[in-house]
Write a protein that binds this ligand. Structure first.
Ligand code: ZN
Length: 74
């Protein structure tokens, strides 16, 4: 079984679990597991960012409503 050095885990994995990645500095072997983990965490970060911006938007609009109500009452 051929083993390749994974630049992400800094250890060796079997070649069939590896993908050859082309980077700015050249070609590097990286394991599929770490690629999938990165993809997943990026998607989670994006989902989290979206959620936060939606909360911020909702808060901003509820504050705007309150301001409107206050000015109407006075
Ligand atoms: Zn790895």
């Amino acid at each position: 079984m051929t083993k390749r050095y994974c630049y992400h885990c800094q250890t060796q994995h079997p070649e069939e679990e590896m993908r050859l990645m082309v980077t700015k500095t050249g070609k590097r072997w990286r394991c599929i597991k770490s690629i999938e983990a990165t993809k997943k965490s990026q998607a989670e970060r994006e989902a989290f960012g979206k959620r936060v911006s939606e909360i911020n938007k909702a808060e901003a609009s509820s504050k705007a409503k309150q301001l409107n109500q206050n000015s109407n009452n006075s």
